[in-house]
Design a protein around this ligand. Structure first.
Ligand code: 1CP
Length: 333
């Protein structure tokens, strides 16, 4: 007999620039951080993709860079440029006062989550933060970087200083996530987008340890919250990450060892991913085929359908609807 397993689905960066209704709100709100801290508008943006599509998850509308802002660094989002931060090279360059004062600066986010929680019905609600190393990357680079030369030099030449700042980022991220959970998030995701920059030894110190600390604390705080980790670019380090970091869900990009899905199944870790977001900007019938390939690849796993990275701004909305249709029609036996 055939049983039908519904595969939950959402898209990283589903609330954002590919949606005209987001762009409409954004055009009236030139200050991006202010928009993140406006609970009425931020909750409206979080719900926009769910008005269009049959999705299982709502994600908080905010950004990983609210943490440097909370720590006293100047964070701006310039038009057609992305984030811009005043560069720092030590803890002293931050205008950091205390954990509580820092959390106060970002506390409107908890109001956004409360609004979403009241409206979420049967959907899951994802809160999030950046992985500590990824946040440090932006703090040291001062924005998006192609070469990441400053951060690479920083962690080699000023390892203790780097560890010091990572410690503060980790501490505040834990408290920030706990408050998101208290406000109604039942999933949290840690976006470690730049995990792939580090070699094995650095990876252990700057990726594994802080992520381990975050999930350890969150587990102790709330048994019912599901924890998703996304150490993007981890390649051969995905396995050690899954061994060391206590996660419910591991989000995968395009490159991981062949045996990883089996390993994750045996460990009881759900796979999230991993359709290439480039597929969503192409024309033609390819998208259905690629979606099915992802479903087949993870058919023996507990699987949350998603992308291997965030939705691109030029994504065709009709392609998202096509992907969802294929996932909804897919049956496993
Ligand atoms: O101009 C605009 O309107 C701002 C565009 C935008 C949006 C919509 C930024 C700037 N951030 C966001 C929202 C956002 N960012 C969300 C919530 C929406 C959702 O996911 O649906 C989330 C989860 C993020 C996370 C985020 N921000 C990450 C991690 C995920 C990833 O993509 O790797 C990172 C690295 C950022 C930093 C950031 N924020 C924004 C930009 C342009 C960037 C830089 C990205 C880069 O360096 O390439």
């Amino acid at each position: 007999m055939k049983t039908v397993n519904k595969i939950p689905i959402w898209f990283m960066r589903q609330a954002g620039r590919y949606l005209p209704e987001y762009m409409k709100i954004r055009s009236k709100n030139p200050d991006f951080l202010k928009l993140c801290f406006n609970p009425e508008l931020a909750s409206e943006i979080s719900l926009q993709p769910l008005k269009r599509f049959d999705l299982d998850f709502i994600i908080l509308f905010s950004d990983i860079l609210v943490i440097p802002h909370a720590l006293g660094q100047e964070v701006k989002f310039l038009k057609n440029h992305g984030p811009l931060l005043n560069c720092i090279s030590s803890k002293k360059d931050l205008n950091y006062m205390s954990l509580n004062k820092s959390l106060d600066k970002i506390s409107n986010t908890f109001e956004t989550i409360k609004i979403l929680n009241a409206k979420k019905s049967t959907k899951n609600l994802i809160g999030f933060c950046g992985g500590p190393f990824t946040v440090l990357n932006y703090m040291i680079e001062g924005g998006t970087s192609k070469t990441h030369s400053k951060i690479k030099t920083f962690i080699k030449k000023k390892k203790e200083e780097a560890a010091d700042i990572i410690k503060i980022i980790t501490e505040i991220s834990i408290e920030y996530l706990k408050k998101q959970i208290q406000s109604g998030a039942n999933y949290i995701q840690v976006f470690e987008s730049w995990a792939g920059l580090l070699d094995r030894e650095e990876y252990i110190d700057f990726i594994i340890k802080p992520n381990q600390q975050i999930s350890g604390e969150i587990r102790g705080f709330s048994k019912h919250t599901k924890i998703i980790h996304f150490p993007r670019g981890s390649r051969n380090n995905y396995k050690i990450f899954a061994e060391e970091v206590n996660c419910d869900v591991l989000s995968l990009d395009q490159t991981y060892p062949k045996e990883l899905p089996t390993f994750l199944r045996e460990k009881g870790i759900t796979v999230q991913g991993n359709l290439d977001p480039q597929e969503l900007i192409k024309e033609g019938e390819q998208i259905e085929k690629k979606t099915k390939e992802v479903l087949e690849k993870f058919k023996k796993n507990n699987h949350i359908f998603n992308l291997s990275h965030g939705i691109l701004p030029e994504t065709k909305i009709s392609n998202i609807a096509k992907v969802i249709k294929v996932v909804r029609a897919y049956e496993t036996s």
